[in-house]
Design a protein around this ligand. Structure first.
Ligand code: UD1
Length: 429
């Protein structure tokens, strides 16, 4: 087991380079096996969710060649089964994109029910509605989802809720369906657009990704491509908030500032200064952050995946803030950990009421999920004294070299190996 040991109180300063978007790559990797021809993907983040998905497509017969840490060549010609029943794949949410892909390519798919961070019930009714509209029969039994279609036919699909996962899954299945598919009320996140661009570079005909209506004209075959994943909006946002929380100054490079607008706007609201360039932003922290109101919303609203990070900033701001989580019902699990560091936060239904304090103090805390884990690290970086962060495997699912990057910005953070003895005591090894 690994832990971070953090001595807080140092403002972060310097330049950090952002890697490829995990959530875009999680859709683009399965998309690569829609064709038998080779697909090269650049700018892949080297994080555990991505590596698990690469293993999964290798296990169903794709050839996966790691050209270097951030570049992979995938050949889907050898895919020989429509069943993905490995236990470990159910741990990552995006495993269910293989449903859309295998249904699109073989008209039949069987995939373990998805897992991912336990931030809420995370139903998949909209995915099922979409697959059924395309002509598939969907059943769930023994922890797996099966989808089967005699013939996949384009259709008009209206999503009752805006879902990133359902939008991506239906796009993956519909690109090779017969005729036209129209998706109304789709998610508009940058990674939805990135997947559409990647599929179009393989010969798909998708128009309108990033708008209120996506139109897909089915094609019979897709072909080879080489594609570069967009930069990670949430990794960038996390380092932007790191500057605010530690009262530092961080230049975040290799980003698309347009994707960061809602994050930038909130940083300005709370008193930071943000300079924008073509592919970089500089966040200048300030002596005293100000309270604000935030509500998480689908893109272009403030991302739910940035909710814990902004809450840490507001825990240190002057005045009372509210943070309303409108997507996932279980996304405030980190509040108890922050309280142990001295934060004053009360959660009522889906809203956190945060009374800012002057400073936090170091504590022994545990990451409850990926983004909350990163946010707690930022809290520890700002705190007086030493903090120990357990369960950092959550953070490693989505942040490559998180501690290395923070150290390069001047943070005092170490990753240590520890083992737990039978009494539940933890000691360094
Ligand atoms: C994706 C992201 C996750 C991010 C989330 C919202 C990936 C791998 N994960 O998750 O990091 O937090 O988008 O930006 O890209 N819903 C339904 N029925 C469905 C599907 C979703 O009711 O069939 C609801 C969910 O419970 C949630 C909301 O829709 O309240 C949004 O979920 P969705 O956009 O699907 O999130 P994910 O794709 O799981």
């Amino acid at each position: 087991m690994e832990q971070y040991i953090i001595n807080g109180g140092k403002p972060l300063r310097g330049i950090v380079d952002i890697y490829g978007a995990k959530n875009a790559a999680l859709a683009i990797i399965p998309a690569a096996v829609l064709t038998e021809e080779p697909v090269i993907i650049n700018n892949l983040p080297d994080v555990s969710d991505i590596n698990i998905l690469l293993d999964a497509i290798a296990q169903i017969g794709a050839t996966v060649e790691r050209i270097n840490r951030h570049k992979v060549r995938i050949v889907g010609a050898g895919v020989h089964t429509h069943q993905v029943d490995f236990d470990y794949i159910s741990k990552i949410r995006a495993s269910y994109y293989l449903l859309g892909v295998l249904l699109g390519r073989f008209h039949e798919a069987e995939v373990a029910m998805p897992g991912g961070c336990s931030i809420g019930a995370r139903p998949i009714d909209q995915h099922i509605k979409g697959f059924e509209a395309l002509g598939a029969q969907v059943t769930i039994s023994n922890g797996t989802i099966q989808a089967k279609a005699e013939k996949l036919e384009g259709n008009h699909i209206y999503f009752d809720v805006v879902s990133v996962g359902a939008t991506i899954n239906i796009m993956l299945a519909a690109v090779m369906a017969e005729g036209n598919t129209i998706i109304e009320n789709p998610a508009k996140e940058p990674h939805v657009v990135d997947l559409a661009n990647m599929l179009n570079s393989m010969g798909a005909r998708i128009r309108g990704a990033g708008t209120d209506v996506i139109r897909i004209r089915g094609v019979q075959k897709l072909h080879k491509t080489e594609y570069t994943v967009i930069p990670d909006q949430i990794e960038a946002g996390t380092f932007m908030f790191a500057a605010a929380i530690t009262k530092g100054e961080v230049t975040v490079t290799n980003v698309i500032p347009k994707h960061l607008e809602s994050i930038t706007s909130k940083l300005v609201d709370i008193g930071c200064d943000v300079e924008e360039f073509d592919e970089a932003v500089i966040v200048h922290g300030c002596e005293e952050l100000q309270a604000t109101q935030v509500k998480t919303l689908p893109y272009p609203g403030f991302p739910t995946d940035m909710q814990p990070q902004i809450s840490v900033a507001l825990a240190l701001a002057r005045g009372t803030s509210t943070v309303t989580e409108s997507l996932f019902e279980n996304r405030f699990k980190y509040v108890a950990e922050l309280a142990r560091m001295g934060a004053r936060i009360k959660v009522e239904n889906n809203t956190a009421i945060i009374s800012g304090v002057k400073g936090l103090s170091g504590a022994h805390i545990a990451a409850p999920d990926l983004r909350a884990g990163a946010a707690l690290v930022l809290a520890a970086l700002s705190a007086d004294g030493t903090s120990t962060v357990d369960d950092i495997h959550y953070i490693q699912r989505g942040y490559e070299e998180f501690d290395e990057k923070l150290r390069a910005l001047g943070a005092d953070i170490r990753k240590v190996q520890v083992e737990e003895n039978k009494k539940g005591e933890i000691k360094a090894v």
